[in-house]
Write a protein that binds this ligand. Structure first.
Ligand code: PLP
Length: 372
């Protein structure tokens, strides 16, 4: 066999894929879909306005290639909304593409990355696909980052990039920004901060980009803006990195229809902000409710649009997930460290969440009864 084909076949056997949970879900289910941290509170009218705008611009939305002018207008608007210097922002096809681009960029000059876990699974998949060597640091048992350990690892193992997800998925908590800043200060490795959930948290990491040359922020419009289907996110980074990313990315990475839709969505930030506030309020109420559920031993202080909680270790989490599913609720477990026997549930509308908590109580009761 020829060498190239042989090597690619070897790679093909080893390649890791995203385990896509949408395969298990009926796409018509709306409120029981508490699995992807989408925004389930935005009113239908928000989406109807977007559709109306697309209909009024059919050629630009579908017939034509994406417009550089529309893209520029959107990047301007985002930098205005979030007070980010215009030259430090680039639109991407979801935070996912932003992650792929920054790993692609880093992999050309350094082959080692440090992933701070627990975290979103795609960092590892992208780094691996760029054939990088992956080092891992698992946060401490009190859910804090030991800065010295991270800095030591970066220095001793010649790490060129560090990935950290804050607010954290799947833990839901927020790490101390001072700890993150200490890591940034102590190294010239690129610190990639996945800030997909920032609007539900208390910290704005994008300000770090003004201060340091080695910080890259990944953001998404899938969660707070409720636009997961359009695949839009953006990256905030120093200009020299944005310049490389624009060189590496496809020229039309954002589809015309997504650009046109976003043009209208961005005019409705007030509606989005209202739902963010509402989600935060439901979150606090639900954390208290879930804490009272018999069989739940820990509920994390969420700074995201989901809640993560732990079941007593004699309760089989998979049985509870299956039982919730029978009652119409899809939730997630995680194989990340520190998340044994945990469930992650997206925050939906208040009445749905009340039903969810009742179903959780019933499911735990039923599972306990069957094992007695
Ligand atoms: C932490 C984190 N980063 C990135 C993403 C990907 O977001 P996007 O839909 O913008 O690609 C997700 C999606 O769930 C996420 O949870």
């Amino acid at each position: 066999m020829r060498e190239t084909v042989k090597k690619l076949k070897e790679w093909s056997r080893d390649v890791e894929h995203y385990a896509d949970p949408t395969a298990e879900i009926d796409p018509n289910i709306k409120y029981g879909r508490l699995i992807f941290n989408e925004n389930l509170l935005l009113p239908e009218e928000y989406y109807r306005e977007i559709i109306k705008h697309i209909e009024e611009h059919i050629d630009q939305a579908i017939r034509f290639y994406p417009s550089a002018r529309t893209r520029e207008k959107i990047e301007n608007k985002l930098s205005e909304i979030y007070s980010i210097e215009r030259t430090k922002l680039m639109l991407t096809a979801g935070a996912d593409e932003a992650m792929q681009l920054i790993y692609d960029t880093c992999s050309r000059i350094t082959d080692r990355t440090l992933i701070i876990r627990p975290c979103y699974g795609m960092a590892k998949i992208y780094a691996k696909s760029m054939r990088m060597k992956i080092e891992e640091y698992v946060i401490e048992k009190d859910y804090k980052i030991n800065v010295d350990k991270v800095v030591d690892a970066v220095k001793s193992r010649k790490i060129g990039s560090i990935y950290i997800c804050n607010p954290n998925n799947p833990l839901s908590i927020e790490f101390n920004i001072r700890d993150i800043e200490k890591i940034i200060e102590s190294t010239d490795s690129i610190v990639i901060i996945d800030e997909t959930y920032h609007e539900f948290g208390t910290v704005d990491h994008s300000k770090l980009v003004e201060k340091y040359e080695n910080v890259v922020i990944l953001r998404s419009l899938s969660k707070s803006w409720g636009l997961a289907g359009l695949r839009i996110g953006y990256v905030v980074a120093p200009e020299y990195i944005i310049n490389i990313m624009r060189g590496i990315a496809q020229p039309f990475n954002i589809s015309s229809i997504s650009l046109i839709a976003l043009e209208r969505a961005l005019e409705m930030y007030d509606i989005v902000k209202k739902t963010i506030q509402e989600i935060k309020s439901i979150r606090e109420e639900m954390i208290r409710k879930i804490e009272e559920v018999e069989g739940v031993v820990e509920v994390f202080q969420s700074r995201t649009n989901f809640i993560t909680f732990r079941l007593r270790d004699d309760i089989n989490v998979q049985n509870i997930v299956n039982s919730l599913r029978k009652r119409g609720f899809y939730v997630r477990t995680s194989s990340e460290p520190l998340l044994e026997n945990c469930i992650r549930v997206t925050i939906g509308p208040r009445e749905i969440m009340h039903k969810f908590v009742n179903s959780l109580i019933e499911s735990i009761y039923e599972c306990e009864k069957s094992t007695r």
